[in-house]
Design a protein around this ligand. Structure first.
Ligand code: PHE
Length: 427
């Protein structure tokens, strides 16, 4: 459940619709789904396997399993990716907290699309306000890790995340009755193969890794906390299905509304923040639904930021454990939060910085991390211990294990390299 909480977040509800909108809707969706099928489950399994087998954070896992430092570069790539993601992710989480506060006092009442667009610009360029609203989630996340109330949060999200799904279904129902919503569905579900360009492919791959939290060691960290009896196959499958369901549902809500309101689907990062309040205005009980929805969105974002920060904190504890100055959990929380606040300030101050953090992590660093991890498991770990998963994870069928090994040895690394080469120009 914790890993599903990590996966389901702003990546699904904020990022997926805006990236899909910028990359042609249906053309993007099909490539995205292929990426999820090809990369999703095997790469989640790969990270869980590394974490579960080593019992270490992303810092110590490769060293522990390999017996030397040769794969240590992967650890550094992971922590760097985690920090950069937090830099811009907390900014967007800040937008969500701001919108929650505003939904509460009914700010969106009566605003049309143009007014909502202007409103987003005003809000996000208001530096003191954004500092406040981005630091609130940083502090909340730090507090969860500080008091170690992770379990409580996850138990809570077991109830709240299904509720998020229910609300999204209700919203989809309302949106689909709007005039002109069919065009939106067509935009999202109709695949025009001529629109599949190298850019669409690399963005879809990046979005797949980002949305599933793959390629930067978060799932290695969570894997290291797994009880030995837990099956990594069924957990991985559940995460993939839930995460993809939420993303598609977000598309089914946003695009019909975009077209019904005569808005542009390629509006960029502001897309859902303009369209969602407009949807609530069209629904009965607007205040109730918007407050509830933004509350759940903030919680979905927090379960992701918790996993991001947990990864970095575990990393720092692990990395300093054998030095003269070992850092305990709480000291690590302070240090990581301080670094994150600096990165958040940078992303608030520089829109280019924000975009670079966003694109570089999803489209370059996470695929590289995933490439490294699949090579590590495919060519190193499974050669050293060919029975590793069948011993430790009773219940995986032999044939499935063979398919898995084949995928991480050849298909996944091959596909990532080909996609990279194919999109050199875009990168
Ligand atoms: N998967 C999260 C989301 O969709 C973001 C995330 C990426 C979380 C990487 C942890 C690690 O919002």
């Amino acid at each position: 459940m914790a890993a599903a909480g990590s996966a389901i977040g702003l990546g699904n509800i904020w990022k997926f619709p805006y990236i899909a909108g910028e990359n042609g809707g249906g053309a993007f969706l099909i490539v995205y789904l292929i990426c999820v099928l090809l990369f999703g489950m095997p790469l989640i399994m790969t990270e869980f396997l590394i974490g579960k087998r080593s019992g270490r954070s992303a810092y110590g896992a490769f060293r522990e399993l390999n017996g030397n430092n040769r794969w240590q570069w992967l650890s550094w790539l992971c922590i760097l990716t985690s920090l950069l993601i937090m830099g811009f992710y907390f900014v967007v989480t800040g937008w969500c907290f701001n919108y929650l506060a505003e939904a509460f006092i009914n700010v969106f009442n009566g605003l049309d699309m143009q007014a909502l667009t202007d409103h987003f610009g005003q809000v996000t360029s208001n530096m003191p306000r954004m500092l406040l609203f981005s630091f609130i989630p940083v502090l909340l996340t730090a507090a969860v890790l500080w008091f170690d109330v992770n379990k409580g949060i996850e138990r809570l999200s077991k109830v709240l995340m299904p509720l998020l799904l229910v609300i999204m279904f209700i919203m989809a129902g309302r949106v689909l009755t709007l005039d002109g919503s069919k065009t939106g569905l067509q935009f999202f579900f109709h695949t025009d193969f001529s629109k599949i360009t190298p850019r669409v492919i690399i963005e879809a791959m990046g979005q797949c890794f980002f949305s599933l939290s793959i390629g930067m060691g978060t799932l290695v960290t969570y894997g290291s906390y797994m009880p030995k009896t837990q099956k990594i196959t069924s957990s991985s499958l559940q995460i993939v299905i839930l995460d993809t369901l939420v993303a598609i549902l977000a598309g089914v809500i946003i695009f019909p509304a975009v077209f019904a309101f005569g808005f542009n689907p390629a509006e960029g990062p502001q897309l859902v923040f303009v369209v969602l309040p407009a949807i609530f205005e069209q629904m009965g009980w607007a205040w109730f639904f918007s407050v509830l929805f933004f509350t759940l969105l903030c919680i979905a974002a927090l379960t992701s930021t918790i996993s991001l920060m947990e990864m970095s904190v575990a990393f720092l504890c692990d990395a300093t454990a054998e030095t003269k100055h070992p850092l305990n959990r709480r000291k690590s929380v302070i240090i990581i939060s301080a670094i994150v606040m600096v990165l958040v300030i940078f992303c608030l101050w520089s829109a280019t910085g924000f975009t670079i953090f966003d694109k570089a992590t999803a489209c370059v660093m996470m695929p590289l991390g995933a490439l490294g991890m699949s090579l590590f498991v495919g060519w190193r770990l499974t050669k050293k211990e060919p029975k590793i998963i069948t011993e430790k994870d009773k219940g995986i069928k032999n044939w499935l294990w063979k398919v898995y090994v084949f995928l991480v040895r050849f298909i996944i690394p091959g596909a990532i390299v080909i996609i990279f080469l194919n999109s050199l120009e875009v990168l």
